[in-house]
Design a protein around this ligand. Structure first.
Ligand code: GTP
Ligand code: 5AD
Ligand code: SF4
Ligand code: SF4
Length: 373
């Protein structure tokens, strides 16, 4: 990656925040000066392109996973966004087309729980019209069995389903709404039958809660064609009370599986892939580990996020986002918005996971359910 080296000096957190205060017209001019028609796609200050857009379509969820939306914070009185604040499907599709012109090749619908957004298949249909894009969705599976066929028919290609344990009691404690494992397994079968493949299964592993789930999950999905990815528990948001001691490292997870089901490392599918791939030596499939804490992957991070209310974030751990909704609703044309997004991307310096440490714990962060997981 141009302009990067392992020995890059540590930059104080304050300097990592892209200045959002720049006036809109200044941004648009800055973008326009650098984006002559047909010119190269924008690169950020660390030489990274913009390849992925993760769109949060709702900040609500029907689960209360302990590592994401703990019940004592996200209770009855929690001020979720009112409907008028949400981007409409037309607005989301317009933003998506602009991002695709700037280089985006993968769009992931997230939340919150994206299937809680009514008529989501209508958004999928709008996004599926954009050529050359890998269109996917992350869901907890609760509503997936019912929606899988309609989503596939609308043009969704594949899904990622979160499932943190196979043991029912453990899973019910983790989702904290008493949701049974069996219903998620049914949803995975329905997604498979609908052709939403390859299916990935995301399991966040938290010490003292579900590290015993690693082997059963690996055993269960081995040979099914579904790919389980074990995710290190991260310090996203400021509500989950994260401590380093709660993290089960990807290395430990690989060792645990490899002892019973021998593994060998596999090449990445594409540059900047978040998961590190491991293949079963007996040829019956693969798993992934996502080592966002112990082996940060910021140097290849090509992801932008669009929050439920239309703010653009250039890092999962960013403290503020840029209000694209204001541009969409403010009579700006597509070229102006494209120039503003290009300028924001060119200013990007984020690498939170690389500099995570004592002082980052105290910074204010945005909840993952709002910014998109
Ligand atoms: P594929 O397109 O199937 O390869 O999926 P992906 O690699 O984009 O992974 P997915 O969207 O399923 O992300 C899995 C998990 O990785 C997320 O839920 C996060 O926990 C973590 N993750 C994804 N993107 C980022 C990121 O940009 N930064 C950090 N720190 N973690 C991320
Ligand atoms: N650490 C790691 N991943 C998280 N997710 C949510 N919160 C966390 C966290 N604290 C991710 C999981 C889940 C998706 C919706 O968001 O991957 O499957
Ligand atoms: Fe909901 Fe997913 Fe967060 Fe769990 S991890 S609370 S399912 S958004
Ligand atoms: Fe990308 Fe920020 Fe995650 Fe690093 S911490 S991989 S820059 S989203």
């Amino acid at each position: 990656m141009p302009g990067m080296s392992r020995n890059d000096k540590i930059i104080p957190l304050a300097d990592l925040r892209a200045p959002r205060s720049a006036s809109l017209d200044a941004l648009i001019r800055e973008g326009a000066n650098n984006t002559a028609a047909g010119s190269a796609p924008p690169q950020d200050t660390r030489g990274r392109f913009l390849h992925d857009l993760r769109i949060s379509v709702t900040d609500r969820c029907n689960f209360r996973c302990v590592y994401c939306m703990p019940k004592d914070v996200f209770g009855r009185d929690y001020p979720f966004l009112p409907h008028s604040e949400l981007l409409t499907f037309e607005e989301i599709a317009r933003v998506a087309r602009i991002f695709v012109r700037l280089g985006v090749r993968k769009i992931r619908l997230t939340g919150g729980e994206p299937l809680l957004r009514r008529n989501l298949e209508q958004l999928v249909a709008l996004l599926a019209e954009i050529h050359g894009v890998d269109l996917t969705l992350t869901t907890n599976g609760a509503l997936l069995a019912r929606e899988a066929r309609a989503l596939r028919a609308a043009g969704l290609r594949r899904v990622t389903v979160s499932l943190d344990a196979l043991d029912d009691a453990t899973f019910r404690v983790m989702n904290d709404v008493d949701f049974p494992v069996a219903r998620v397994l049914e949803a995975i079968d329905a997604a498979h039958a609908a052709g939403l493949t390859p299916i990935k299964i995301n399991a966040v592993i938290k010490r003292g809660m579900n590290e015993a789930a690693v082997l059963p999950l690996a055993r269960h999905f081995k040979g099914t064609g579904h790919i389980v990815r074990f995710i290190e528990y991260m310090d996203v948001g400021h509500t989950n009370g994260w401590r380093m001691n709660d993290v089960v490292s990807a290395a430990e997870i690989v060792r645990t599986i490899d002892r019973e089901l021998p593994l060998e490392v596999a090449d990445a599918n594409y540059a900047g892939e978040v998961a590190e791939r491991w293949r079963y030596r007996d040829g019956t499939g693969e798993i992934g580990v996502i080592a966002s804490v112990t082996q940060a992957f910021c140097r290849d991070c090509t992801r932008a996020r669009l929050s439920t209310d239309g703010k653009m974030f250039t890092c999962l751990f960013a403290t503020d986002g840029y209000d694209l909704r204001g541009l969409l609703r403010g009579n700006r044309d597509d070229t102006e918005i494209e120039n503003a997004v290009a300028a924001l991307w060119r200013r990007r310096a984020d690498r939170y996971s690389e500099i995570r440490g004592a002082n980052t714990g105290r910074t204010q962060k945005i909840e993952m359910s709002y910014i998109g997981g």
